[in-house]
Ligand binder design. Structure first.
Ligand code: PEP
Ligand code: MG
Length: 919
């Protein structure tokens, strides 16, 4: 019996915050012969519920059942575990409908209807929430099941599994501390020892009957309560447990990783049980309509004869490849092939589905759009478009923008890989190459990574508890489990390199060793895994560029690389549809060239202070910063000028006439001052001054808040000679490349940083114009240039109409704009970010993904104000957000002209920009 909505007097807090969600009109949706829902109702029915309804309605063999909506979950959470008043009657009616369709009765002593109870959120969260199977069994119905199935052992095994799951999930019989084992397992081990067997499968019906008594005793001892015999009481217990599991720790960690809001809630699916474990003509499996690891159009999946679904996913037994089913159960396999085709044609996407074969009859338990690696996402979209299953725009939207990155990630250096010792191989479950120190537990992975080491997490199998450690690792290796085991599913989603089911590898958690053939590796030793081929190597292996990069750099022919051809097609689609231009943040000719090969259409930000990191330049830069007066400063600037000119010359050449935005010096001083004694001593010798003088100057320049200190245009305002030198270097370099035999039509865009006042900008713009005139006259060339500003402090955004009077373009510096709008240091937030995330104050890191509700409003305001003064004012963005897909969507919608991001992000930004334009 569910707890009803409480009629207690409202507390002050509830009155104030109105937490009680309104009771929804309909809470329960049937699927089966009577089907209420469809695949478009994922928000309400969750992904699993909506697709069960859809499959039932297109005539696929779905065991009947019903879905309790996500709205009930929200209601349940907000009302301390109470249900809407109507729910009980709706559930009863839904059970009656299933009873009618199945010709069985829930709780019947002669022909009992049994249910599975599973979670199902809007987006799938594999293994994160709880599931209960065989619900409805009790001391009497178990007898009926034994008779009906003609298999007493099977019936008692179902019952003991049910009690075990229910005891754990609903009644909370779990290990009480880290040292304790799983209590039900311990009881079972005790019985096996008594009986003298090591295998669960060797326990007889009588043994299992004894086990059921022992389990019930355990529950009573731990909870003081008896295991419930009433079927409805069991059902409500299970439903509540699934709703509660939406809030368990691993579900919360998963939601944080994938930015799934807690308000979504999960649905609960109650479905007639079918059995893959009733004998040798039964099976259960998981299959994909195409290969989720590389996207190839092959029937892909695995199954276990005489097993329950959870056995496949848990990775405890290594399943067989799906194609072997064609020999073991040809009739069911044929039907499955038909279902595979029907699913793809109907859902028009690669499907990942679960099935059970009970006495040679096929049942579909779930289907969903299959998770896939980045490479598979690209291949499936391209090939489904060619097969006319997906129109181009839909195919474009089907590729998560980030996934294009996986075509560009490093692979093992082929020579180093050929020379390395292969110790074993397993199933390639997450492509790419990874090397690292061996760790055997998720906890160790987290600790090692915190200490700065790269690790490969090596486990017999993984479970949802390992998520944090998996996130931290470079790659994951398991010795058991197939390509749809937990390790494989999660690795695919995380984009981690992964090999699973490496059955010749023996992992001993106790001794902390990994053995493969005659190789013995210990915790901390290096291991390398190739998640594309499945090969495992002892030792570390160097990585090298991906095929796509090798084609782009001319080291591999395009027609030799299918991956490159896929990349080309997708980038072609992206460029056809996007409105935003994509520029890059690059400070050196090499970075610039790399970005251009990846499709950059200009430089959106050259941070000139970064040009001084090379060779001696940092010393001259320091000399300039430490200068006591203008004379000293001019002397240092004179030394810097030729370097700057040469650098700009190189940049202009690398970009071959594409736009180049050069930002004048913006060094937060603390980043450039010599901090330690040795550096100061060396600098003193080099500059031929005393170390005391340096110490004094550093002391004088010390700032409490350097990020809000003497930086940006403030530096050029105090020391105009710095702006002069930089402007001169830019124009002289422009004059040089314009005079080349093959002249470059360069149009420098000079950008003034950290402006908040119109007059700050005017001060600097005047200097730039003066120097431009001088250089153009001296060199006898016309240079077409513009001067603009960064919008990176709130005052600039708020007064953008005034600032636009002096600026020919704006580029949003969303790093500083986030820092100053949120009053949150870019450098210091790491120490408390986790707290903010855990409390869901931040769903995302605002420095990685734009705070659209706050910082975004300022961007929008500044764009409008700027364009109110200059209709065609060019607007771009060069903060880190320029490479983040959801921020790119925002910038597209605000109507910016370009985004600028780091070179490796350019393809992601091109794709995200196209998706923003077509969605
Ligand atoms: C910014 O603030 O967004 C920006 C691009 O400048 P920097 O990161 O160099 O401060
Ligand atoms: Mg900035």
């Amino acid at each position: 019996m569910p707890a009803k909505a409480s009629k207690k007097k409202k507390t002050r807090a509830t009155t104030k915050r109105k937490v009680a969600a309104k009771a929804p009109a309909k809470n329960v949706y049937a699927f089966g012969q009577k089907t209420d829902g469809n695949s478009s109702m994922k928000e309400l029915l969750g992904g699993k519920g909506a697709n069960l309804a859809e499959m039932a309605s297109i005539g696929l063999p779905v065991p009947p059942g019903f879905t309790i909506t996500t709205e009930v979950c929200t209601y349940f959470t907000k009302n301390n575990g109470a249900y809407p008043a109507k729910l009980e009657a709706e559930v009863k009616a839904a059970v009656k409908q299933v009873e009618k369709e199945e010709g069985k009765k829930f709780g019947s002593k002669t022909d009992p209807l049994l249910f599975s109870v599973r979670s199902g959120a809007r987006e799938s969260m594999p293994g994160m929430m709880d599931t209960i199977l065989n619900l409805g069994l009790n001391d009497e119905t178990v007898q009926a099941l034994a008779e009906k199935s003609g298999n007493a052992r099977f019936a008692w095994d179902c019952y003991r599994r049910f009690i075990q799951m229910y005891g754990d999930v609903v009644m909370g019989v779990q290990p009480r501390n880290e040292a304790e084992h799983e209590p039900f397992e311990e009881v079972m081990d005790g019985l096996k020892e008594k009986v003298g067997t090591e295998k669960d499968t060797e326990l007889t019906a009588e043994n299992l009957q004894e086990l059921v008594d022992l389990y019930k005793g355990l529950i009573k001892e731990r909870t003081g309560k008896s295991f419930p015999q009433d079927a409805y009481e069991q059902l409500w217990g299970a439903v509540s447990a699934v709703f509660r599991s939406w809030g368990n720790e691993r579900a919360v960690v998963y939601r944080q990783k994938y930015n799934i809001p807690s308000e979504w809630g999960t649905a609960v699916n109650v479905q007639t049980m079918v059995y893959g474990n009733m004998g040798e003509d039964c099976a259960t499996g998981v299959a994909f309509t195409r290969d989720p690891a590389n996207g190839e159009k092959v029937f892909y999946g695995e199954y276990l004869i005489n097993a329950q679904g959870e056995d496949v996913v848990a990775g405890v037994r290594t399943p067989k490849p799906i194609l072997e089913l064609s020999e073991e159960m040809p009739k069911a396999f044929k039907e499955l092939e038909k279902v595979r085709r029907k699913l793809e044609r109907h859902f028009r996407d690669m499907q990942d589905f679960e099935f059970t074969i009970e006495n040679d009859k096929l049942y579909m338990l779930q289907t969903r759009n299959g998770k896939r690696t980045g490479l598979a996402a690209v291949r499936i979209a391209v090939e489904m478009n060619l097969e006319k299953l997906m129109p181009e725009k839909k195919a474009l939207l089907k590729i998560p923008a980030e996934s294009i990155d996986s075509l560009l990630v490093p692979v093992f250096d082929p020579k180093a890989e050929a020379a390395a010792k292969v110790i074993a191989s397993g199933l390639p479950a997450g492509p790419g190459a990874a090397s690292g120190h061996i760790v055997f537990s998720a906890k160790a992975a987290e600790l090692e990574v915190k200490a700065g080491r790269k690790v490969i997490l090596c486990r017999q199998e993984t479970s949802p508890e390992d998520l944090k450690g998996m996130l931290a690792s470079e790659g994951i290796l398991t010795s058991r489990g197939g390509v749809s085991s937990h390790a494989a599913l999660v690795a695919r989603q995380l984009g981690k390199v992964c090999i699973c089911g490496a059955s010749t590898v023996r992992i001993d958690y106790h001794k902390k060793t990994l053995t493969a053939g005659d190789t013995l590796l210990k915790e901390g030793d290096y291991i390398s895994i190739n998640g594309t081929t499945g090969q495992i190597f002892a030792g570390a292996i160097d990585t090298t560029d991906s095929e796509v990069k090798r084609v782009l750099s001319g080291k591999l022919k395009a027609d030799k690389s299918y991956t490159y051809q896929l990349f080309e097609i997708v980038m072609g689609w992206a460029d056809k549809h996007r409105k935003l231009l994509v520029r890059t943040n690059a400070d050196t000719p090499e970075m610039a060239r790399n970005a251009v090969t990846l499709g950059a259409e200009g430089i959106g930000l050259c941070r000139t202070e970064h040009m001084f990191f090379e060779g001696d330049r940092i010393d001259y830069m320091r000399q300039m910063i430490l200068a006591g007066d203008e004379v000293e400063r001019r002397a240092a600037l004179k030394k810097l000028l030729p370097f700057q000119r040469k650098d700009f010359n190189g940049l202009f050449k690398a970009m071959g006439g594409l736009p180049v935005t050069i930002r004048l010096l913006d060094p937060p001083l603390h980043e450039f001052l010599p901090h330690d004694d040795t550096t100061r001593r060396q600098l003193a010798t080099k500059l031929n001054i005393s170390q005391e003088a340096i110490n004094e100057r550093v002391k004088a320049l010390h700032e409490e808040n350097p990020m809000l200190g003497h930086r940006g245009c403030r530096l050029g305002i105090s020391y105009p000679e710095i702006t002069e030198m930089q402007a001169r270097a830019i124009f002289e370099a422009a004059a040089q490349v314009k005079k080349l035999k093959n002249p470059i039509d360069v149009k420098p865009e000079i950008m003034i940083p950290l402006v908040g006042f119109r007059n700050e900008l005017k001060d600097q713009v005047d200097i730039v114009h003066r120097v431009a005139k001088e250089v153009m006259e001296a060199k006898g060339v016309e240079i077409d240039y513009t001067v603009g500003t960064m919008i990176e402090v709130p005052r600039a955004a708020v007064t953008a109409d005034e600032i636009a009077e002096e600026a020919e373009f704006f580029s949003f510096g969303t790093n500083d704009l986030t820092q100053t709008t949120l009053g949150l240091s870019r450098d210091d937030m790491g120490s408390f970010f986790d707290d903010y995330r855990n409390k869901e104050i931040f769903t995302q890191n605002p420095f990685a993904s734009l705070d659209q509700g706050g910082v975004g409003k300022l961007v929008q305001l500044a764009a409008e104000k700027g364009r109110s003064v200059k209709k065609d004012l060019k607007l771009g963005i060069c903060g880190e957000h320029g490479g983040d897909p959801s921020s790119i969507k925002f910038f597209n919608d605000v109507g910016l002209e370009y985004v600028s991001c780091s070179p490796p992000r350019v393809p992601v930004a091109r794709l995200a920009a196209a998706q923003a334009a077509v969605s």
